[in-house]
Design a binder for this molecule. Structure first.
Ligand code: SF4
Length: 280
């Protein structure tokens, strides 16, 4: 067994919060460049050029690439040969987020209670997910998630007989309804199957997959390509001003499901497609 003191993750998460908010990774920046070559509308091209310029400026000057620095989603993939010592893990994750947002001058966007709405002033609590994986390493991913895109997510339980056509219809209805609100060009994560909770988490986690990388299952890989084409045919375009590129990619994850169910979750990741990862 490998023992890690939970204190060790605090500075790592602090840095990841800042890195994610300041630096869009090369995969995302390259996808913008490629989108620029495909975009046909002049205003769409202008929007993409501004997004690229903004991303470069933010990285160079270590400033947030968007004013909305999001709710902080933290995924910890913990090797099953790791055991923890020290203060409770969740407390230390929140301490890392608190330091990251405070010392990084990132906007504090989280309230402690959804109905009474008092700002916690340090962006806690983190939206923490833990998964147990083989090995003795810990992979930590921070994904700040802006309200504009997160608010546009949707979930529906279809009938099994609705099949692929039903999933596609739900996706296109959702895309048409949300229009430019999730700040396109965006990535769409789609969870299909599982239970309600599993389905929503698959949609969120699918957003972490690099743009251009398809599902390992050829059937779902083909669906991803078909859905991307259909979304881009809506003409919503960059920032919703009209154009060819509405989505940079569509990522589907699927899971086993009850014989009576076909749950589908859709999660949008806006053009501030932030994520940063470290391995301990
Ligand atoms: S949806 Fe994304 S790009 Fe738009 S304001 Fe929110 S964080 Fe920024």
């Amino acid at each position: 067994m490998r023992t890690i003191n939970t204190q060790d993750i605090v500075p790592v998460i602090e840095k990841l919060c800042q890195q994610a908010c300041y630096e869009l990774n090369d995969n995302v920046m390259n996808a913008f460049q490629e989108a620029l070559t495909k975009e046909e509308s002049p205003i769409g091209k202008d929007c993409l050029s501004i997004i690229i310029k903004n991303g470069k400026f933010a990285k160079e000057h270590q400033l947030p690439c968007c004013h909305d620095t999001g709710a902080t989603v933290v995924l910890m993939e913990i090797g099953q040969e790791v055991c923890w010592s020290g203060i409770a893990l969740e407390k230390q994750v929140n301490e890392g987020v608190r330091l990251g947002y405070t010392n990084g001058y990132l906007r504090k966007s989280v309230v402690s209670d959804p109905l009474n709405r008092v700002n916690t002033n340090d962006n806690t609590p983190a939206m923490l997910h833990t998964e147990i994986v083989p090995g003795d390493k810990v992979k930590i991913t921070v994904m700040p998630k802006g309200g504009g895109s997160e608010n546009m997510g949707a979930f529906k339980v279809l009938l099994p007989g609705d099949g692929v056509a039903g999933v596609k219809k739900f996706l296109l209805e959702t895309v048409q309804k949300v229009g430019g609100n999730p700040c396109p060009p965006y990535i769409i994560g789609i969870g299909i199957g599982g239970t309600m909770d599993k389905c929503a988490w698959m949609a969120k986690k699918a957003l972490l997959r690099p743009i251009g990388e398809h599902n390992a299952n050829p059937f779902y890989a083909e669906l991803e390509k078909e859905f991307l084409e259909a979304v881009n045919n809506t003409g919503i375009g960059p920032i919703g001003y009209g154009g060819r590129v509405t989505a940079l990619d569509v990522h589907i994850d699927y899971f086993g499901v009850h014989i009576t169910s076909l749950p589908v979750a859709i999660n949008f990741q806006c053009n501030a497609a932030r994520q940063a990862t470290a391995i301990l």
